[in-house]
Ligand binder design. Structure first.
Ligand SMILES: *Cc1c(COP(=O)(O)O)cnc(C)c1O
Length: 401
């Protein structure tokens, strides 16, 4: 390959490799995300490495995605094998791998949630649930919770409370309303004959790791039953053992009519799902997605879910989450106002803005996420070891002291 002077070297001849990924992304990506100045190039288990060879304990985990760990061998093997067999197969045909996944999801789902629709992301799962609720009930109203987060597409965004996410995109979809989270009285007042669905997270993630009260979820179930509305739980973040149960609603014993899933479902391969009970009726031809339920993602999900079961992930999350809370509580770093923890879904609320501390934790080798302005969100892969949990606690205590 020609290098050096005369005509300059073309971009495809190593130009990108010579510059850092950060420089190239800054030049060629739309600035959709507020960026952190770390270029991650490799992962294994609960750890990732940057382009300078620095190691981090990854309590971002792809935003609660990498539960089975980075570069999980079972998922890698399943994806490679499926890639050699059949990558794509649209929903108009049947497929063996998809059939196995749908059967698996029905087997692990609570209650009678025995039918699934497969898509490619969390927001798409929420969109589908909204459309299925409108189709089933012939009504339009969607009631969701303040501080709730359901995704960035226009329907999911219409159910998402945060004004900063909404304000540039009006008009949003009509007939969406909000009630204060954990206020059963206001919920009962908001749900009526026009309500197609009540949509909420059993533990709010992005909203600051806030668990619903049992009273609130029971009121939601009851008012839906009384009015004919459908109850939809968004377990995109809480699902797949994150909270110490396969699904967070099992902690409450409240079964929804639809369950929205994504994030950890397929070991990091994009996949979303809606699981529905028999009340939900969808006539053929009213909804669809080209990639949804593709064999590649389904094979990854089967491997990931099998791994979670084999490694007893629910128990693991429960035990390791308690270990984090106890060790952290006994150190009581002074900037911390409160710790909210359900399994390995952990929110550390500070008395001040968290941004600088999230940066400082990164510099100290622990990647975390903000949830709102004052909460540090800790979502480690569920394969994280006791030693790694202790290291996370030790670093956090030091940085937050
Ligand atoms: C991440 C998330 C979504 C959106 O999922 P995407 O895959 O980013 O579209 C929706 N709801 C909850 C609770 C989430 O955590």
């Amino acid at each position: 390959m020609k290098t050096g002077t005369g005509g300059g070297s073309p971009d495809h001849a190593g130009g990108a490799a010579a510059r850092s990924a950060a420089e190239v992304e800054r030049r060629y990506a739309l600035e959709v995300y507020p960026k952190r100045d770390i270029t991650i190039v490799k992962g294994r288990g609960a750890e990732v490495w940057d382009d300078r060879g620095r190691r981090y304990i990854d309590c971002v985990a792809g935003i609660g995605v990498a539960s089975v760990g980075h570069a999980n061998p079972a998922v890698a093997e399943a994806v490679a094998e499926q890639a050699r067999t059949l990558v794509t197969c649209p929903g108009i045909f049947y497929n063996d791998t998809r059939a196995r996944l749908l059967e698996k999801l029905a087997a692990i789902a609570p209650g009678g949630l025995s039918r699934g629709f497969l898509c490619n992301s969390g927001a798409e799962a929420v969109e589908a649930a909204i459309k299925f609720a409108r189709l089933t009930t012939g009504r339009t109203g969607i009631v969701s919770a303040m501080r709730g987060f359901h995704g960035r597409t226009l329907g999911a965004l219409s159910a998402t409370h945060k004004e900063a996410y909404r304000d540039a995109f009006r008009p949003l979809v009509p007939d969406f309303s909000f009630v204060p989270f954990n206020n059963p009285e206001r919920l009962r007042g908001a749900v009526g004959e026009d309500t197609a669905a009540v949509l909420m997270e059993p533990v709010q993630g992005e909203g600051g790791i806030r668990p619903a009260t049992l009273e609130f979820l029971e009121a939601a179930r009851k008012v839906c039953d009384e009015t004919g509305a459908l109850l939809v739980f968004d377990e995109i973040q809480t699902g797949f053992c994150r909270t110490g149960r396969m699904f967070a609603c099992e902690r409450y014993g409240v079964v929804p009519d639809m369950l929205c899933l994504a994030k950890a479902i397929a070991g990091g391969v994009p996949l979303g799902a809606v699981l529905a009970d028999d009340r939900v009726q969808v006539p053929p031809g009213k909804h669809g997605t080209t990639y949804g339920g593709n064999p590649l993602a389904c094979a990854a999900a089967l491997a990931a879910i099998g791994f979670m079961e084999g490694e007893r992930f629910a128990e693991r999350a429960e035990v390791l989450g308690a270990r984090f809370r106890e060790r952290f509580a006994s150190a009581k770093p002074k900037r911390v106002r409160a710790v909210r923890q359900v399994g390995l879904m952990i929110g550390v609320e500070l008395r001040e803005r968290v941004r600088p501390y999230v940066e400082a934790l990164g510099a100290a080798g622990v990647l975390t996420l903000p949830a709102g302005t004052t909460v540090i969100r800790v979502l480690p892969p569920l394969v994280i070891t006791e030693e790694q949990i202790d290291e996370v606690v030790e670093v956090m205590v030091r940085v937050l002291e």
